[in-house]
Design a protein around this ligand. Structure first.
Ligand SMILES: C[S@@+](CC[C@H](N)C(=O)[O-])C[C@H]1O[C@@H](n2cnc3c(N)ncnc32)[C@H](O)[C@@H]1O
Length: 346
């Protein structure tokens, strides 16, 4: 080793593991996608209780070659998302919870769409060079957002339900809720389920808002919703009318000016003492401590015209500049964060 005067690298070179982890990232993702696409988890769920299936049994069931099936199954085991007991492959707790279509916290529908259009990742260097993705989701938002919001619904509805423990919206008698860019309306649904007298104004783009119509009907709260399709930057909003305004994962696609505008719209629409909920993946001051948020920001840059990660400093700055006070960051469920802030009393 050449001595370069840096004590650690002088005598012990750094491990290559982080580089290998990156190289394997692509394969890891596609192993999981293939297993989902082939119905591996759903099939293993049909194995008798306390047992699993051999690769041969699963291969015959799915009409696949046995060696290829075993190779795929072993790779899913290596990801920690299946167990292998001798020759038996079995669902583990993580697979049951997150990978079954009807799992308690299913992410099965989210996994294919969460990274955005896959081809945008192969053109990332060109996006950094030109400052714009070649095929941003902004060009055809409904095509991207319909499967996305269907895929995120379970997680976001759980998050919105648990948020009650932190913000006690259920204590409100008959709140008026405004849900901008509502997707499947997980926040409105959770709040309406907790507040029998509540009413919600549910906004999303034409073509996406039908997901909200369907989900609110499934949860029996559609009769207390007014659906207001259109661009959340320009749709008419009542001034000083709402108890809660939800900005659920809509700021990070808008860029700083667009996000600031949404926060200002929320402020204007709230009554005094009303509260805004801004849910997102916030990048903290040390980017190493929340790589999930940093990479979510990169996902935005890869596939949207204006999107970047939202830092805690930016988010709190937009909220304070708009006039909000009593800012709190809550984490209703793991990995899901939201700022809750109040409009001052008149
Ligand atoms: C990441 S999803 C979040 C959905 C939901 N709020 C949640 O928290 O689960 C972003 C949503 O914003 C909607 N959206 C994007 N741009 C919009 C715009 N200009 N006006 C209204 N909705 C928009 C999308 O259609 C999508 O449903």
């Amino acid at each position: 080793m050449a001595h370069v005067g840096r004590p650690f690298t002088d005598y012990k070179p750094p491990a290559a593991a982080p580089v290998w982890a990156v190289i394997e990232g692509l394969g890891r993702y596609h192993v999981l996608l293939a297993a989902l696409e082939l119905g591996v988890f759903e099939s293993l769920n049909e194995a008798p209780a306390d047992s699993g299936m051999t690769a041969g049994e699963l291969a015959r069931r799915l009409g696949l070659p046995e060696l290829h099936t075993e190779s795929l199954l072993d790779s899913v085991v290596a990801l920690g998302l299946l167990d292998r007991v001798v020759d038996d492959f079995r669902l583990n707790d993580a697979a049951r919870r997150y990978l079954l279509v009807d799992g308690a916290a299913s992410m099965a529908g989210l996994i294919p769409v969460a990274p955005g259009p896959h081809e945008n990742w192969t053109r990332l260097a060109a996006t950094v060079r030109s400052g714009r993705p070649a095929t941003p989701i902004d060009d055809d938002p409904a095509a991207f957002y319909v499967p996305l919001v269907e895929g995120t619904f379970t997680t976001m509805w759980r998050c919105a339900g648990r948020a009650d423990f932190k913000m006690r919206y259920s204590a409100l008698d008959a709140p008026r809720i405004l849900d901008l860019g509502a997707g499947g309306a997980p926040w409105s649904i959770a709040m309406l389920e907790a507040c029998a007298g509540g009413r919600a104004t549910v906004n999303d783009l034409d073509g996406v808002i039908d997901v909200a119509r369907r989900k609110t009907a499934e949860h029996g709260v559609d009769d207390r919703c007014e659906f207001r399709p259109g661009d959340f930057h320009t749709i008419p909003l009542e001034e000083g009318a709402y108890d809660i305004v939800v900005l659920g994962h809509i700021c990070r696609t808008e860029g700083p000016d667009g996000a600031r505008h949404l926060v200002e719209r929320a402020y204007g629409a709230l009554r005094p003492e009303g509260r805004v909920v801004m849910a997102d993946y916030f990048v903290g001051p040390n980017h190493k401590t929340n790589p999930h948020a940093v990479l979510m920001g990169m996902t935005m840059m890869a596939s949207t015209v204006n999107g970047f990660g939202v830092t805690t400093a930016e988010a709190t700055g937009w909220l304070r500049d708009a006039g909000f006070e009593a800012l709190r960051l809550i984490e209703p469920i793991g990995f899901q964060f939201a700022y809750v802030a109040s409009k001052p009393r008149d």
